[in-house]
Design a protein around this ligand. Structure first.
Ligand code: ARG
Length: 589
């Protein structure tokens, strides 16, 4: 399918043609087209070009305008200021372009011609531990990036690098051996995520207490770590029970989050055990890593501790143990060499940035990363409480993710219920919409500021009907759907011959930007740009809805059809955009 050009790209092309006609020598110059408040677009490129050619920018601009033949896209081009062009497009060009996009199932979003394979490392909780808001961010941002990249034609491999290995398992397994019924289920029925986690929690606390107070248990626990690493079968089988029990819990949370996490994509730290020795050997033999006080280390000129001494990345400890870094380096080898990745994307807390900086640099020195394969940490900030401090309970404990999600759904259900009677929603719809609105609110809050920034977790704000919230967008969508319910035999038809009202023009020009916004969000790993776009779309739609009646008072047939056309394209754009963010748009709300 040929790609459907946006109005912006058509205008850009006309200007570029004018430029090269007026100035054959500058044929490749970029007119630098931007959206503008004063006209529809502004071109700033002539200024720089004139400087370069030592000419008068206003004269040059006038020459370019004169070189553009009369056409039905550009209504007016005005030379302004020191040599900008203010460009107004015709109403018919807006509607014609949108009609072509509406005819495309992808709404004009092009496939990336240089698409490759991206491995996304996201949603990586830790076995036997409660999930917290940090895991929420990784899951939400990562899932949005999966959708956005896949939509633009990238091959995406998902990897959930769960924390399923480490010395703490010695303690847990030893405790289970000594208290064999601690992970038993209360009934034959399928165990709930809630019960699984509470079992694990209890066991974790009890074994930790024993480990800290009983020297002999500590010794037995440490011996158990050695058995685990040596691959002792009985020990491994017990370890597997912890992993399985945790997965029941993880999947129940992901389910609540309306997120599709597949078992085959869960490749935790333990999945790279077989590669660790070789990874170390390669690094040592190539000289990338060196022995220092028995440990295998990689040094960096610009990474120093507070004492001014270099802080190395430790690939293997002096006792022979491998840690987080060895696993991540092995995972890079696997992703590049076996999965054939061209990009590695890590959706991980900004507090791990130094780790990734050192791991990526090490992989570069080893040649695993290079000009063909890049690695990027999509680092996210901390979730703060209303008081602006890292989100904790009053007792100073981390807040359980499940409690937060349940509360979000509760509050959302209240909001939905208040309006339910007017819309005539059934009880089933109220419950379902409560979930879509509540979970949508949590995801939206996470995706509406740039990932790197901290944000305040404020449920009151998140489910508010007015403002930059998902429910505001969801209502906009449902309102459009209800208009179609009242449209009778009038259907959406584009009428390019009509003169547009200002609110119609503004909405139309914004709809034109969808494709470029999705592309930008994909290329820059910036889902918040899509979120901001959708919010503005809903706002412009609200203004349009206030100023341009569709049903009552009934406008002329063509005007009604054209407005329905704008409504329909807005609804499809909202629906597609929200789907890319992992947020549902109920038909009735
Ligand atoms: N499990 C880790 C945590 O909870 C995140 C893992 C991030 N991914 C990675 N490849 N290191 O902090």
């Amino acid at each position: 399918m040929a790609s459907v050009p946006s109005l912006a790209s058509t205008v850009q092309q006309r200007l570029a043609d004018g430029l090269s006609a007026a100035l054959p020598d500058a044929a490749s110059a970029d007119p630098l087209l931007r959206r503008s408040d004063r006209a529809d677009f502004q071109a700033n490129g002539i200024l720089a070009l004139a400087k370069q050619l030592k000419g008068n920018p206003r004269e040059l601009a006038t020459k370019v305008v004169e070189a553009i033949p009369a056409n039905d896209v550009l209504k007016e081009i005005e030379v302004s200021g020191p040599g900008f062009l203010n460009i107004t497009v015709t109403d018919s060009a807006i509607i014609d372009t949108l009609a072509a996009r509406a005819a495309d199932a992808r709404l004009g979003v092009p496939f990336n011609e240089s698409a490759g394979t991206t491995v996304i490392d996201y949603a990586q909780p830790n076995v036997a531990k409660e999930m917290h808001v940090g895991h929420l961010r990784s899951a939400v941002i990562g899932a949005a990036m999966v959708e956005i990249l896949e939509f633009t034609g990238e091959t995406v491999v998902r990897r959930h690098h769960i924390g399923d290995w480490g010395t703490q398992f010695g303690m847990l397994i030893q405790f289970l051996i000594e208290h064999p019924h601690e992970l038993d289920h209360s009934s034959e029925a399928e165990v709930s995520g809630e019960e699984a986690m509470s079992n694990l929690n209890r066991l974790y606390k009890a074994s930790r207490a024993l480990f800290d107070s009983d020297e002999e248990f500590k010794t037995r626990a440490r011996a158990r770590v050695v058995d685990l690493q040596a691959g002792d079968e009985e020990t491994l089988a017990l370890w597997q029970r912890f992993v399985d029990e945790s997965k029941i819990y993880f999947y129940s949370v992901f389910d609540k989050l309306d997120m599709d996490i597949r078992d085959g994509d869960v490749v935790g730290e333990s999945g790279y055990n077989d590669m660790l020795t070789e990874t170390c050997r390669i690094l040592e033999e190539s000289g990338v890593a060196v022995r220092s006080e028995g440990a295998l280390c990689v040094f960096f000129d610009d990474v120093k501790g507070p004492d001014g001494n270099p802080t190395p990345l430790i690939v293997q400890k002096s006792d022979g143990g491998f840690g987080y870094a060895a696993t991540d380096l092995s995972a890079i080898r696997d992703r590049v060499q076996n999965l054939k990745a061209t990009s590695l994307l890590y959706v991980v807390d900004a507090r791990q940035s130094l780790h990734f900086k050192m791991v990526f640099e090490t992989a570069r020195r080893a040649g695993w990363l290079n000009d063909e394969v890049k690695a990027v940490q999509l680092a996210f900030g901390t979730v703060l409480g209303k008081d602006g401090k890292p989100f904790k309970t009053r007792e100073g404990e981390t807040v359980r993710l499940v409690d937060l999600l349940d509360e979000a759904v509760d509050r959302a259900t209240t909001v939905v219920r208040e309006k339910a009677e007017k819309v005539g929603l059934t009880e089933t719809e109220i419950v379902e919409n409560g979930q879509y609105v509540g979970i949508g609110a949590v995801k939206y809050a996470d995706l509406s500021t740039s990932a790197a920034r901290d944000y305040k977790f404020d449920l009151d704000q998140m489910v508010s009907l007015n403002g930059d919230t998902s429910v505001y967008l969801q209502y906009a969508y449902a309102r459009i759907k209800s208009i179609f319910g009242k449209a009778g035999d009038r259907t959406p038809v584009a009428h390019a011959e009509l003169e547009l009202a200002p609110a119609e023009r503004a909405l139309g020009l914004h709809l034109d930007r969808f494709a470029e916004t999705v592309t930008e969000a994909a290329v820059e790993y910036a889902p918040h740009k899509l979120t901001a776009y959708l919010y503005q779309l809903a706002s412009l739609y609200t203004t349009f809805y206030d100023q341009c009646p569709v049903i009552k008072p009934a406008p002329a047939q063509e005007v009604a059809e054209n407005r329905l056309f704008l409504c329909d394209l807005t609804a499809r754009t909202l629906h597609q955009g929200m789907a890319l963010l992992g947020i549902r748009t109920p038909e009735r709300l």
